[in-house]
Design a protein around this ligand. Structure first.
Ligand code: NAP
Length: 281
């Protein structure tokens, strides 16, 4: 699989799996574990989770799905802003490690910016990194202005990634943020690449997307993902429980969108013409 190289030299696969809305209901646990295992069997090597998802339930579910395969996986989790203080982030990370039944995270993100000063969170992240509990750290839902502030705090330049909403129906990050992150070698993780409650219309039912999908012989989701992955330095983390969805999304890696496809998608989902506040789920 194509990879993005982080500042640390770690190579991160461009397609991963999300876990939001997983680990919430016992009755769905077996299907969720099976979906993650299927993704791994098909070649997925990156999984994204958060202490928030299912109140820790998604991390517990993942411990089961990743059992015996942890070393193959680039594992990402997130700390809630309320827990992101100097001591709080360290305690939250310890809890996540316990739920995930692992001794380290490959990437630990601040889920969104809250009241705790960025400098304090970065200090905690750097402590966790030096202690070997995380390999690198990053942020989520931080706009270009927040990123400028972040690089100014001590250690802030070590930020490895920013996870943001990016999909055909939400292209605001193309105005400035993607370019800034690329300049600073900060990997962008596209969340909600297929479905977002913020999208005015579900992108997967768009007829233009449908036509391009038909041309490439794949599902609309594979085209939506291939479109996100056309951007250098960007990876996508779709979430799928249904096995046919997990399989369909893998096809994104085989889709090469041509100039005609991209022009048609630009017409159906216009790129931003001005700066807009960052969309956030
Ligand atoms: P998403 O991955 O864009 O969409 C997930 C939905 O799309 C699910 O309902 C899934 O259904 C469906 N789906 C998946 N593959 C499909 C396919 N091939 N065809 C049709 N439908 C398909 O949205 P998301 O879960 O919001 O975002 C992905 C991940 O990003 C999350 O799981 C989470 O890890 C992360 N995230 C981060 C933030 C943040 O603030 N940092 C916010 C939101 C999400 P089934 O599950 O039924 O298969």
């Amino acid at each position: 699989m194509r990879t993005v190289t982080l500042k640390s030299g770690d190579k991160v696969p461009v397609l991963g799996l999300g876990t939001w809305r997983m680990g919430e209901r016992k009755a769905e646990r077996a299907a969720e574990v099976a979906a993650i295992k299927l993704g791994l069997d098909l070649g997925i090597r990156l999984v994204d989770t958060a202490e928030m998802y299912g109140d820790g339930g998604a991390e517990e579910m993942l411990a089961e799905a990743l059992a015996g395969r942890r070393d193959e996986i680039f594992l990402v989790s997130k700390v809630l802003p309320n827990n992101a203080s100097r001591k709080g982030a360290i305690a939250a990370c310890d809890r996540s490690l316990k739920r995930l039944k692992t001794d380290r995270l490959d990437l630990y993100l601040l889920h969104w910016r809250g009241a705790v000063p960025l400098a304090e969170t970065v200090e905690a992240f750097e402590t966790l990194r030096k202690d070997g509990k995380i390999r690198q750290w990053g942020v989520s839902n931080l706009d270009a202005g927040d990123m400028e502030e972040l690089v100014e705090v001590p250690g802030g330049r070590n930020c490895a990634s920013n996870q943001v909403l990016y999909q055909l129906g939400s292209r605001g990050v193309e105005w400035l943020l993607l370019e800034r992150c690329r300049r600073d070698k900060i990997m962008v993780m596209a969340y909600s690449p297929l479905n977002s409650p913020l999208a005015q219309a579900p992108i997967l039912r768009n007829p233009v997307l449908g036509k391009i999908a038909k041309k490439h012989g794949v599902d609309p989701a594979a085209v939506a993902l291939a479109w996100v992955l056309r951007q250098p330095g960007v990876i996508a983390i779709p979430k799928a429980v249904r096995p046919e969805h997990v399989r369909a999304n893998m096809k994104a890696l085989d889709v090469k969108l041509d100039a005609e496809d991209l022009a048609a998608l630009d017409a159906a989902f216009p790129p931003p013409k001005r700066a807009t506040p960052l969309d956030m789920t």
